[in-house]
Design a protein around this ligand. Structure first.
Ligand SMILES: Nc1nc2c(c(=O)[nH]1)N[C@H]1C(S)=C(S)[C@@H](COP(=O)(O)O)O[C@H]1N2
Ligand SMILES: [Mo]
Length: 260
């Protein structure tokens, strides 16, 4: 008697299921307007499945908003993860001074490089949102975030035509290496993508990324760069640290496009 023996199916994670579902649903839509949404520049750094995931989420969801919650939904405890403090001497001094002399640098492929104080960031039109943070390690928490939209800051600086990605450099070292992240322009100009200086109605605590962190609400926790000091518009992610666009992307082979 013979029988075909199949290898064990790989463990299916919740994310893989979601991704599979998005792909299956996206298949139809993709065939019609693939050329409109596919960005050839990005296919080099993304695996094919990851690129399809990004494209199908964009095709199906377009500028869809991440779900927003109410104050009643706020998590009583929002844990801090990754770097919870920053050793850098200049950062320690700025923290002690309430970040009075701190500046956010915006540079790269922009018409007007900027040095923005916290006061300047607070003076820009503000967006407040209550969203759920999902860490790839398997925990979630709902928090309120406030700050200017990243899009307003980028419009102030004036992006050059060649700009394709926005890179966020951070003040901390995690396991001895600089933390950084990057997103594409669709996420950079998404209405819920903000530079948050406030969490749950108070200035960010050090553990959560004081004085400024990224919130890019349609992606996983590791994309939410804390302690942001420098934002750079670039045409390619090549040559930036490991070249995969982020700390965990370089080190842990995490997906660059971490859509939820
Ligand atoms: N600069 C910096 N940003 C970071 C990290 C980090 O270690 N350093 N960790 C990331 C991860 S994995 C998560 S889940 C969130 C945690 O944010 P929280 O500390 O506010 O919960 O920050 C992200 N941003
Ligand atoms: Mo995370």
């Amino acid at each position: 008697m013979s029988r075909i023996v199949r290898p064990h199916a790989p463990l299916v994670t919740r994310r893989a299921l979601i991704r599979g579902g998005a792909l299956a649903a996206g298949g139809l839509a993709l065939s019609g307007c693939d050329g409109l949404v596919r960005d050839p520049d990005v296919t080099g750094i993304l695996g094919k499945a990851e690129d399809l995931h990004r494209v199908s989420q964009r095709t199906l969801g377009g500028g869809a908003l991440a779900r927003e919650y109410t104050r009643l939904d706020l998590s009583p405890v929002f844990r801090a993860n990754g770097s919870r403090s920053v050793a850098d001497a200049a950062y320690r001094r700025q923290l002690a001074e309430g970040f009075a002399g701190w500046h956010l640098r915006v540079e790269g492929l922009v018409a007007r490089p900027l040095d923005l104080s916290l006061a300047a960031l607070r003076d820009l039109p503000q967006r407040s949102q209550i969203t759920r943070h999902d860490c790839v390690e398997g925990w979630s928490a709902i928090g309120q975030w406030q700050g200017p939209q990243l899009g307003s800051v980028l419009r102030l600086a004036g992006l050059a035509d060649a700009a394709r990605y926005i890179v966020f450099h951070c003040a901390d070292l995690y396991h001895g290496r600089p933390y950084y992240e990057s997103i594409d322009l669709a996420d950079a100009f998404h209405p819920q993508t903000i530079l948050a200086w406030q969490m749950n109605g108070a200035p960010l605590k050090e553990a959560h990324g004081a004085p400024l962190r990224l919130r890019v609400e349609r992606q996983l926790g590791y994309k939410q760069a804390k302690f942001v000091t420098r934002i750079v518009a670039v045409s390619s992610l090549e040559g930036i640290h490991g070249g995969k666009g982020g700390f965990w992307e370089d080190l842990g082979d995490y997906a660059w496009y971490a859509g939820i």
